[in-house]
Design a protein around this ligand. Sequence first.
Ligand code: SAM
Ligand code: SF4
Length: 333
Amino acid sequence: MTQLIDTFGRVHRDIRVSLTDRCNLRCTYCMPHDFAAWMPSDELLTTDELMRILSIGIELGIDEVRLTGGEPLLRPDIVDIVARINALPNPPKLSLTTNGLRLAALAQPLKDAGLERVNVSLDTLSPQRFKEMTFRDRFDDVLKGLKAARDADLTPIKINTVLMPGVNDDEAVALVKWSLDEGFRLRFIEQMPLDAGGVWDRKTMVTADDIFHSLNPVFSLSPVPTRGSAPAEEFYINGGPETVGIIASVTRPFCGACDRLRLTADGQLRSCLFATKEMDLRGVLRDEAMSDDQKTAEIEMRFGKTVLSKLPGHGINDPSFIQPDRPMSAIGG
Ligand code: SAM
Ligand code: SF4
């Protein structure tokens, strides 16, 4: 098995796959409420194309796949996609990040198709605030989705929370307590400059330190020693075993241990959320002048080139940092 090793010795084993850039929420830190610049549907990878790319990636050493978006549960054949990934030779570990709105209906079918676990995004415990933050009155649907995910044993269920200053940063403690009561693992994600509306502001963003200082008076937090390539710094709560995570992509970047690649819904391979270049895999698959073997060889080469082009870090903190052209919903978070 060829390994995807970059020039800094990082071995790439994990791919985040965006299944669609569309979404049924409009989280303010992700996209404007009137966002409409969707990818044309004929530019999205078909499920056959996706399977071809994933099977090549697995041959090259990928052993973990996270399905995301946009909202991955809007992909009409999501259950079939999960089943087909599980049926690949050497199937990878498979998880999914979702806003939870369609989980009530899909949790059990997804489990039956072989999904191991889910991450569900939830930024507030207030239905009214949820509506203000997402432009949709769907808080109860997320709770129903979470219950269905627990009933279907899509565990451990991780909750992703982005705190915004003056919006929901007063809920850090309440969200941790709620997660403990419900048996979920909460991770706070620092807001990143990846929104389609340009609302990110370094000067006012809620940092990992801010979050730590909100939690520290209420909980005793001690670092969990083994982090590996995981983006979250985990802390035992009151001695453990329960934990809370903080993904401090901006203020404490973890690029040195990053083992992730990203595949956009329109078939572009990226070495990083913040990469400014992409490798077109869809174009290779649709090139009628190439034989099947040539396509495989070309895609393998493009995987290798993408990994070799990976920079040591994302550079958010460099003065020359340029926000990627595509928002998180298009790249796949
Ligand atoms: N729609 C799904 C969801 O919300 O879980 C999956 C895609 S979403 C892009 C994946 C994760 O990215 C979510 O947890 C969301 O909170 C996070 N996210 C989106 N925009 C972000 C930003 N600008 N900074 C940090 N996290 C962001
Ligand atoms: Fe949709 Fe997820 Fe972006 Fe919210 S964070 S708008 S749920 S893609």
